[in-house]
Ligand binder design. Structure first.
Ligand code: G6P
Ligand code: MG
Length: 216
């Protein structure tokens, strides 16, 4: 029995993964640190500061904690400029229909995001009503791949993690779902998401009936 479906936000519900990439790219260019899409793959799902540390390791300079805070704030300014015009039109294909179908089937729904901007983004997407709970970076101590964010969402929903499904686009996110003891759906690259129980190429292939078949 599926008690709850817990969604990642960036790259699953909307393409803010692209905006995170662009914002990091701008910062890395300013610092003259090499940065490309392949490198960005491993940042997906990681907290802002963990991502920054990985990027800075690619350069030769060392930075004080204070400088790092300023750089993280700068990236967030770039990011917030990019998400300013997000609207319901930015929901990825098939996502809204799937989320509605899940709710109608009586399955609880939650969001498990590593982003401190999650509340802003879901408000702009106007999907607050489709989520029974939202857990974001402000609420958890340990980021993905730690399972805390998914386990917290399950707890808030009163669901047994064994009966939950997590949906992710990031390797670290799939790892978090699996450590939480949940069934993992990966959206994106088969190799990157190899630990997922069901992998689909893009969100338009989300289907509750197919998911139930894979889950059973
Ligand atoms: C998400 C993204 C990451 C991002 C993290 C923190 O999960 O996948 O790329 O670094 O959230 O986002 P924030 O908005 O708090 O900087
Ligand atoms: Mg993601």
């Amino acid at each position: 029995k599926i008690e709850a479906i817990i969604y990642d936000l960036d790259g699953v519900i909307t393409d803010t993964a692209e905006y995170h990439f662009l914002a990091w790219k701008t910062l890395a260019d300013e610092l003259h640190i090499p940065f490309d899409r392949a490198f960005n793959e491993q940042l997906k799902g990681l907290s802002r500061i963990d991502s920054l540390n990985l990027i800075l390791e690619q350069g030769s300079k060392s930075y004080t904690e204070k400088e790092k805070e300023q750089l993280a704030a700068k990236k967030n300014e770039h990011y917030q400029t990019l998400i300013r015009k997000i609207s319901p039109d930015d929901l990825l294909p098939g996502v809204e229909a799937f989320m509605k179908e899940v709710k109608q089937a009586g399955i609880k729904t939650g969001l498990a995001s590593a982003s401190k901007n999650a509340q802003t983004v879901i408000q702009k997407l106007e999907i607050t009503d489709l989520l029974d709970t939202v857990v974001d970076a402000a609420e958890v101590k340990r980021g993905k791949p730690d399972p805390e964010v998914f386990l917290t969402a399950a707890e808030q929903l009163g669901a047994n993690p064994d009966n939950c499904i997590g949906i992710e686009d990031a390797r670290s996110g799939v790892a978090a779902i699996k450590s939480a003891g949940m069934f993992a759906v990966g959206i994106g690259d088969r190799e990157t998401l190899s630990r997922a129980d069901w992998i689909i190429e893009d969100s338009s292939l989300l289907s509750l009936s197919l998911l139930k078949q894979k889950y059973d």
